[in-house]
Design a protein around this ligand. Structure first.
Ligand SMILES: [Fe+2]
Ligand SMILES: [Fe+2]
Length: 196
């Protein structure tokens, strides 16, 4: 494989695209997620390279309008869920995953699933091979620049002993706040409890 196509060089290219196209605040969030995600990857023995690429890519399309996201999903024939269609901002996950595959030639299904499912999660991410996706879900929620959850809640989650426990706690915290859990998230929660 040429140097140009290594996962590290793709990660650099995606990070440059994020810096050029996102607002300063969103770019800071992306860098903060990548910092936390790679720290957690080392702690839990998850692939740092896969996690870093998924983290820098996850919000590449977060600042597109709903109309742009819907149009992009149509152009790229992206498979989307009903809940994503009815709340189009959620489409930024599937669109960013398609962008990685189409514009950056990323083929790793674990990296693509991590980006695809970072907003609502998926029972797929409970499978051990998809630990990078579970980790991105946790880092996106716990990165310290977010105004919510509180530092105490965040630290309580980060102190837990395992990644599945952290994600299960994140889902409970979200349910307490929003009073509801979307179907893919609930399915991921059930699968985490079954398998860990
Ligand atoms: Fe996002
Ligand atoms: Fe994010």
């Amino acid at each position: 494989m040429s140097t140009l196509n290594t996962i590290e060089s793709i990660t650099e290219d995606v990070l440059t695209a994020a810096r050029r196209t996102l607002s300063a605040q969103r770019y800071a969030h992306v860098c903060s997620v990548a910092d936390l995600a790679t720290t957690l990857a080392r702690r839990f023995g998850v692939s740092v390279r896969k996690v870093a690429l998924a983290a820098v890519a996850h919000d590449l399309d977060r600042e597109r309008t709903p109309a742009q996201l819907i149009a992009r999903c149509g152009d790229w024939n992206a498979a989307v869920l009903e809940v994503e269609r009815s709340t189009p901002i959620l489409l930024h996950g599937p669109v960013a995953a398609e962008r990685l595959a189409r514009c950056y030639a990323v083929t790793d299904p674990v990296v693509l699933a991590a980006v695809r499912h970072h907003t609502l999660g998926s029972p797929l991410l409970a499978e051990p091979v998809h630990a990078p996706g579970l980790l991105l879900y946790a880092a996106d929620f716990c990165e310290p620049l977010r105004s919510w959850p509180s530092e105490a809640t965040r630290n309580g989650i980060l102190r837990l002993d395992s990644l599945p426990e952290m994600v299960a706690q994140i889902i409970r915290v979200g349910e307490e706040r929003w009073g509801t859990v979307e179907e893919p998230t609930a399915q991921m929660y059930a699968r985490l409890l079954e398998t860990h």
